[in-house]
Design a protein around this ligand. Structure first.
Ligand SMILES: Nc1ncnc2c1ncn2[C@@H]1O[C@H](COP(=O)(O)OP(=O)(O)O)[C@@H](O)[C@H]1O
Ligand SMILES: [Mg+2]
Length: 230
């Protein structure tokens, strides 16, 4: 068994009150090890994005416990006032749309957050160039994001998510906008990152062709989370 990266116990999430109360997650427990790439699947509206946002310290749960690495971050309340700091230091987000800024260069897009976090221009650019080389897209460093293809931009978005060296990557349908060859390339890249950098990755996907590229499947069923082997 590997080293635990994410552990969720008896997590509950409700939205609204009274007649408009919606129970989305009701007693979910699971854990994910460092180095694992896990697919999160469930029908639309079942709570996949909500679950990622709770793990990413963006959405506050109703109750339960969340550990990130060795740190207990939530137990019926956030255990720190600085959820933003935890998010910034530990989590990399990748979304379906790449959300790159079209009128900035690729390099500027990747260095934006680390520079906002106080890293020097020189250091952030060095890290960014390493990542762009790793993703075979360094030759586009000075191109505008708007000049790149969808697949190229998604690789840049992954580089950006890695720029703060996260322990955990949360990817919400990262391949939904890509064709199947590009989707496979992106998921293989995520698997390589998980192994090389000992990062835990949860990837929401609707694409069954991606399952065999993952280590395990987590499924939201009856408002709980069930783990199954591929
Ligand atoms: N801010 C919110 N307020 C009220 N209901 C919400 C909110 N966010 C999500 N929901 C509801 O929670 C459920 C799960 O949503 P979501 O996590 O986006 O599902 P998925 O990502 O699996 O499609 C849906 O019924 C949705 O309407
Ligand atoms: Mg969603």
């Amino acid at each position: 068994m590997g080293e635990q990266s994410i552990k969720v116990e008896n997590l509950v999430k409700r939205f609204g009150k009274g007649d408009s109360l919606v129970n989305v997650i009701d007693g979910a427990s699971f854990s994910i090890d460092k180095g694992e790439l896990v697919a999160l699947i469930a029908p639309s509206g079942a709570g996949k994005t909500t679950l990622l946002m709770m793990i990413g310290c963006v959405e506050e749960p109703t109750s339960g416990t969340i550990y990130l690495g060795n740190e207990k971050v939530y137990e019926n309340r956030w255990l720190t006032k600085e959820t933003r700091k935890i998010r910034r230091e530990k989590i990399g987000f990748i979304f379906q749309a790449h959300y790159l800024i079209p009128f900035l260069t690729v390099l500027e897009n990747v260095t934006l957050v680390s520079q906002a976090n106080g890293m020097s221009k020189k250091e952030s650019e060095m890290i960014a160039m390493e990542l762009l080389e790793y993703f075979d897209i360094a030759d586009k460093a000075n191109a505008m994001s708007s000049q790149l293809s969808g697949g190229q931009n998604q690789r840049v978005a992954i580089a950006r998510a890695l720029a703060n060296k996260p322990e955990i990557i949360l990817a919400d349908e990262p391949t939904a906008a890509l064709d199947s060859a590009r989707s496979i390339a992106v998921v293989e890249m995520l698997k390589k990152i998980a192994v090389d950098q000992n990062v835990a990755i949860i990837m929401v996907t609707h694409d069954e062709a991606m399952y065999p590229l993952c280590d395990r499947i987590l499924k939201i069923e009856n408002k709980k989370v069930i783990s199954s082997e591929i």
